[in-house]
Design a protein around this ligand. Sequence first.
Ligand SMILES: Nc1nc2c(c(=O)[nH]1)N[C@H]1C(S)=C(S)[C@@H](COP(=O)(O)OP(=O)(O)OC[C@H]3O[C@@H](n4cnc5c(=O)[nH]c(N)nc54)[C@H](O)[C@@H]3O)O[C@H]1N2
Ligand SMILES: Nc1nc2c(c(=O)[nH]1)N[C@H]1C(S)=C(S)[C@@H](COP(=O)(O)OP(=O)(O)OC[C@H]3O[C@@H](n4cnc5c(=O)[nH]c(N)nc54)[C@H](O)[C@@H]3O)O[C@H]1N2
Ligand code: SF4
Ligand SMILES: [Mo]
Length: 745
Amino acid sequence: MSEWKVSACILCECNCGIEVQLGGENDSEILRIRGDKAHPASQGYLCQKASGLNFYQNGTDRVTQPLRREPDGSFVEIDWDTAIEEISTRLSAVRDQFGGDKIFYYGGGGQGNHLPGGYSTALRRSLGIRYRSNALAQEKTGEFWVNGQMFGSHVKGDFEHCDVALFIGKNPWHSHGIPRARAWLKEFAKDSTRTMIVIDPVVSETAKLADIHLRVKPGTDAWLLAAMVAILVQEQLYRAPWLQEHSTGLDRIVEVFSAVPVADYCAIAGLSEQQVRGAVAVLAGTNRLAVAEDLGIQMNRHSTLASYLEKLIWTLCGQFGHPGAQNVPIFLQNIAGSGRVSARSPVAGAPIISGLVPCNVIADEILTDHPDRYRGMIVEAANPVHSLADTQRFIEAMENLDTVVVIDVAMSETARHADYVLPVATQYEKWEATFFNFEYPDNYFHLRKPLFKAPATVLTEAEIHARLTEALGTMPLGLCEELVAALASGGRDGYRDRFLQALAEDSQVSDLAPVILYRTLGPGLPEGADVAAVLWPLALGLAMREPAALERAGFPGTAFEQADALFDAILSSHSGTIFARDDEAGSWSRLGNEGRINLVIEDLLAELQQLVEPPEQNSGDFPFVLMAGERRDYSANTIYRDSSWRRKDAAGSLRMSPDDAEKMGLCSGDQVLITTRAGSARSMLEVNDRMLPGHVSLPNGFGLDNMDGARIGVAPNELTSLDDRDAFAGTPWHKFVPARIEAVV
Ligand SMILES: Nc1nc2c(c(=O)[nH]1)N[C@H]1C(S)=C(S)[C@@H](COP(=O)(O)OP(=O)(O)OC[C@H]3O[C@@H](n4cnc5c(=O)[nH]c(N)nc54)[C@H](O)[C@@H]3O)O[C@H]1N2
Ligand SMILES: Nc1nc2c(c(=O)[nH]1)N[C@H]1C(S)=C(S)[C@@H](COP(=O)(O)OP(=O)(O)OC[C@H]3O[C@@H](n4cnc5c(=O)[nH]c(N)nc54)[C@H](O)[C@@H]3O)O[C@H]1N2
Ligand code: SF4
Ligand SMILES: [Mo]
């Protein structure tokens, strides 16, 4: 058995540090995995999903040769030169005839690989691509939009130091999203001085550990959260002096929420008024309240309004800008963007939040004769055919494009509809990193070193973007030569001088910076870490923005010295590096809106005033609410394509309450037919006493179509519709899919 090597798990945003032992033929397998105690956030913690990482590294459906789809639908292998040549010719033809803004870019990274997105900017700018999106625009853009308006920035709860934790539509036991979630939850639940409140219709594993579980009726969080804000206002539990000092618009909030009928709204949410008032008293009575919302409200009716109400609750409680509350993390790279609406999408006119077109309008922006429709698409490190609402419509959209390029490690459901599939090194065959770093007060970054040598016939995304940029003729070759010479003669200082001068002289340099850096700074980086070149300007940017936090993290000196020291530390510390240590004034200094919290979002207050009671779900054609895509023990988006990684519930059963099962004469193990407005699917049933009557749930990430023809479980988005989406952010209602369940006889 070989020595232990460090890397990270790539299955969720935590990216816990791992240590692995390799073995098998030519050491090509991951045989043993344990937590890496040296990782700054996970500190040795892992959940059970990580043990299957060899199912990713040596996964089914891997592609190792560039593929081109022939007119008869079959794929043929082509060499890289041909692939790059043909793709650049075809995409530039689309650009020349219709404009680069008719080429759409989707993806850029999954749970653990965000360097590709960094490099793609160069290709996007080379082609004049304007519109793009990724999974964030089917879950988080509503929250980003609210954050942008209230705080001018992304915010995150500090669960490590809080006394009261509130989870709304979030089940960290399975989904994580906070470091060491299960260990943290168990410690927190045991501590009698700390209180956990969970809002969830399901008795989730997290809800089971809670001190207070508000078992809200599915899809009615907007009413519940509005009632909670109203209780704070009507019982005058809000922190008036703090709000007067730090916020604007308190009078308006008091006016609107004084009129909210608390008792009626609690009843709509299926909860006793007394229980809700009790929970609000706990929230108002602490000075260390951390709050997290997730898909339970973000993929549900009135999702953007619910995000706003969630933030009003803790803001009225004064829970911003101190330990144990909500804070603005220090970013190396801000993937949440500004939260602003920068433009509208060209066909549907949907708001583009944080630069992302709402996922639910993409297919409609293609399947139209509108002159501004998209004509080409690049998909990178994402599987939208499986992950976006209405699978069939997305496939139809892809088939109606002139040219589709998919960059993936596997022949995903999406790759199968591409004109070209470009195979890349897996996340364990190249240097990789995530930008999901939102911790406070210490924040960290982890650049992972490859564990395996990639097959000779695959490339990294950085190399693909560089080659395509070169083929398109946009790479500034003269400047690249000068930069190489400057590095050789003047070292990093000489290189930086020349680079900054070029940036100041020519705006194209900033557009193409990732591939310029990759070609010039990259080759000299230690241990072959060429794809890390794109991190160097990020270190420089951080040193300019946050010198004090960098100094507290152990990087003193001038901005240039700080940046170089941090960059070197990132390159050499293979278990991760703390890059920022915040202080209490920090969050306030990064707050937008001239240092004040903006309490009023009139558009959402208008929606609040028009809330219409949701229809009763126990009648009509679709008497159930289907949660299409729950996180469970053995779900991990579509990263593992081999379903044999699952040690339990391999079929991904539909969960139903005992009451409903009894009424329908169903038992665990029975086959049922699930029908929604969009389609039907067969599933195995699991009778589960954690479910409320009228509520059923299917797991996320099942129903993949393997190349050998196997399919296990239901592909949830064969059951979802594009029209079921939030009025503001366009995010889908995957947790609220009206459905009918029938026995299969
Ligand atoms: N095991 C596993 N972990 C994952 C992933 C995975 O695929 N598998 N994916 C990762 C990703 S990409 C993400 S975004 C996160 C998502 O993480 P979560 O959002 O925590 O996961 P979900 O299970 O989709 O939904 C969370 C909770 O919402 C509840 N819910 C359903 N309907 C309602 C409702 O009407 N109101 C309220 N208040 N709650 C409701 C569900 O019962 C569930 O407990 O997980 C990440 N972690
Ligand atoms: N109905 C329903 N739909 C959902 C959800 C739900 O709850 N319900 N959850 C949604 C959520 S929150 C999310 S985040 C999305 C996730 O959906 P997507 O963003 O589409 O991401 P993944 O399913 O993780 O797919 C990642 C792809 O990247 C490929 N890949 C892996 N490693 C690499 C690499 O190194 N390079 C490249 N180029 N490719 C690689 C994988 O093979 C896979 O095809 O799904 C969403 N879809
Ligand atoms: S919490 Fe589990 S799935 Fe997420 S990164 Fe850690 S080990 Fe992987
Ligand atoms: Mo997600």
